[in-house]
Design a protein around this ligand. Sequence first.
Ligand code: SIN
Length: 358
Amino acid sequence: MFLKIVRTWFALCLMTLLAASAQAQTAARLPNVVILATGGTIAGTGATSTTTVGYTAAKVGVDDLIKAVPELKQVANVTGEQVFQIASENMSNEHWLTLAKRVNTLLAKPDVDGIVITHGTDTIEETAYFLDLVVKSRKPVVVVGAMRPSTAISADGPINLYNAVLTAGSPDAVGKGVLVVLNDQINAARDVSKTNTTTTDTFKATELGLLGYVVGNKAHFYRASTRKHTVDTEFDVSNLSALPQVDIAYTYANVGPTAVNALVAAGAKGLIHAGVGDGSLPNKVRPALSAAREKGVIIVRASRVGQGIVARNGEANDDQLDFVVADTLNPQKARILLMLALTKTNSTKEIQRMFYTY
Ligand code: SIN
């Protein structure tokens, strides 16, 4: 009898050990993905389950975001860090520098395979493009958000987070630059924009197109951006504690020079002119921009249209004015590239090269 008990106990111990070792082997095969949480609607809470506007962003901590999606354990070894807890309209250059440095430190570790950043959707495209230009690794970096707070019926955060972690752990995402994953779609940081104020299908690279889908527990890629990014850029933020001041002056019918003059007086080193059409300069704005250039301010002609190229020497004689054109970058992304460009040079020729490279 005693022998039988010992044998049963021994068999049970062996089975537990084997199960633990099988579990450890599976975990070892899974990619190691770090989730850096920054706030946003994905971490938002509302008063009721039908509150999808008027909720409070940036309330739920990273551990609870991870706990809400137990399925993550099946696709990655996930760890979380709360980097900030803010609504993304409050994202600043200083936040970006802190985030980029943390991403670079983590990706330099051999045991980190990919990063997911949870973020408010309002400025997700800006943070993603900033990181696309300054992350020094080919490992996947995926920025993810949600359009509905965590407390809503059919909240999109959990599935978006799951898809983002899958993508960050996918070997197919290596070398693709920083990615934005929402609504089962993978987009390139450079090309994606928020196109609708409230719907879950808001993120589009309208004309240049998405890179792929996350379907059936797999990230599927069909194309990649031809513009240089991450390890192939000349930008290095490791020793920067601030970025040069670059602002955006928006143009509309009846606009005058007030905004341009005020931004220059406030110390702008660069100005993005969000012009109409192909970046056209109204007669009342052109002299203010020209005077700013003469004071050394770099002027980039962009467009408020949202799609298409701003053609050099098209609607303005850029060579004569010594202006730069934004190519296809929207004004908010042109601002990011100009800030980084100004950390390297003041030459408009060099800055124009950068706008055709990144
Ligand atoms: C935010 O950008 O922080 C709020 C809006 C959102 O995440 O959708």
